[in-house]
Design a binder for this molecule. Structure first.
Ligand code: 2F8
Ligand code: CA
Length: 133
């Protein structure tokens, strides 16, 4: 399995639309089982690719991506948030109500922090797990 993860970070990665309402943690579990992880965004090229994944489907809502607090951290453990690409909406993250530890993306591609227990669609990242059909 570790070979699978190594490969996925070397090869061109793909984004996959998760067309089910899930909390952030449920979405993470699903993406880790079926692919590699919840969506990681390394640069502007990734960001455009991810936006296109949603726009191509014609979905106008928001989607979970693989970014969460304590300190902001990508779900994919080898990514360093503090050194990486960000695309926060203006005035975000604002931790509204003191409970916004997870991040979703709007159709514009901009990010907002929101409560992790909201159920919404999501984007997975990586290669498809060959054990799944
Ligand atoms: O105005 C931005 C603000 O909008 C909503 O709160 C009213 C968002 N909440 C949810 O999406 C649950 C905030 O996260 C956002 O900062
Ligand atoms: Ca917010």
């Amino acid at each position: 399995l570790s070979g699978l993860y190594t490969l996925s970070s070397c090869l061109a990665h793909e984004y996959h639309f998760g067309n089910m309402n899930k909390t952030w943690t449920e979405a993470q579990r699903y993406c880790r089982e079926k692919y590699t992880d919840l969506a990681t965004i390394d640069n502007m090229e990734d960001m455009k690719k991810l936006i296109n994944t949603v726009v191509d489907i014609g979905y106008n809502g928001t989607v979970w991506i693989g970014l969460k607090k304590g300190e902001w951290q990508w779900s994919l453990a080898d990514r360093d948030y503090s050194q990486g690409y960000v695309n926060w909406e203006e005035n975000e993250p604002n931790n509204s109500g003191g409970k916004e530890d997870c991040v979703f993306m709007r159709r514009s591609g901009k990010w907002n922090d929101a409560p992790c227990n909201i159920q919404q669609l999501f984007i997975c990242y990586g290669i498809k797990n060959s054990k799944e059909s």
